[in-house]
Design a protein. Structure first.
Length: 269
């Protein structure tokens, strides 16, 4: 359809405003990551960086996996319930996304600093030091990561299951499949890419978490905490290679997320 002069002016204005936003978002990241590739490679020879890298992404992977199981279960349940239940529960579930993350860390502090069922369970799995407190342990880091990323996974899982055509499950049930078989053989394969995409976002969000982790586990240090410490003690130039490493990791995870997006989502993107 031929565009009128008014259409062209509107599109030009939208493109200009969009370009300004893109520049605001991208230029600082490019400037920050504009470092020598050798400087980034040298990071892998520094023991504290290697330890922080392994700790960060192993804990983030654990948090994303925990979220996939528990958020997947909650999202599935919400998708099968009347809409009014989601309207009540989802705002409560989203609270960790809306509060300052140091506040989230302080809330977790009350849970992790006291002996309780969670502490005893993790002690039995040898994930706690046995002092009655989980503070300053990988378990505390994982808890902080789950707290700030699982709400997003609940949303993704609920939307994925709610978007399924009920005819698939109905046909399976009429052919004699029970609820578990229907879930495992019909519904989960149909939403697999959605769930894995949500887990990839949760992994990226967990790996970048700083505020909540700073409260519950300054040590052992994750990469964001190490970046903050080096910036405070040594200045901007000392942290640019580390920051570039985090940006590269984010780009790689974004590539994974793009691959995992369902084809129909890409067509409408």
């Amino acid at each position: 359809m031929k565009q009128s002069p008014a259409d062209r002016r509107l599109h030009a204005l939208a493109a200009t405003l969009g370009a300004l936003l893109l520049a605001f978002l991208i230029v600082p990241l490019v400037q920050l990551s504009w470092v020598s590739p050798l400087a980034i490679l040298e990071l892998f020879t520094v023991p504290e960086v290697r330890e922080a890298l392994i700790l960060t992404f192993s804990c983030a992977a654990a948090a994303a996996t925990i979220g996939l199981v528990f958020a997947g279960a909650l999202g599935y349940w919400l998708a099968k319930r009347p809409v009014w239940i989601s309207r009540i529960l989802l705002p409560l579930i989203d609270i960790p996304l809306l509060i300052p993350h140091p506040v989230a860390g302080i809330a977790l502090l009350l849970l992790l600093a006291r002996p309780g069922l969670l502490n005893r369970l993790l002690e039995s799995l040898h994930l706690s030091p046995g002092s009655g407190s989980l503070l300053g342990t990988p378990a505390a880091i994982i808890a902080a990561m789950v707290f700030v990323s699982a709400p997003y996974q609940v949303q993704v899982c609920r939307q994925a299951f709610a978007g399924l055509d009920p005819a698939y499950a109905l046909r399976a049930r009429t052919l004699g499949a029970g609820p578990w078989r229907t879930l495992l053989q019909i519904e989960l394969p149909l939403v697999r890419r959605n769930l894995l995409g949500g887990a990839a976002v949760a992994l990226a969000r967990s790996a970048s978490e700083f505020g909540a982790i700073l409260v519950v586990a300054y040590f052992p240090r994750t990469l964001p905490v190490l970046i903050y410490e080096r910036f405070s003690n040594e200045g901007l130039d000392a942290v640019r290679p580390l920051a570039a490493l985090m940006i590269i990791a984010g780009l790689l995870l974004q590539g994974v997320l793009h691959y995992l997006q369902p084809n129909e989502a890409l067509e409408h993107a």
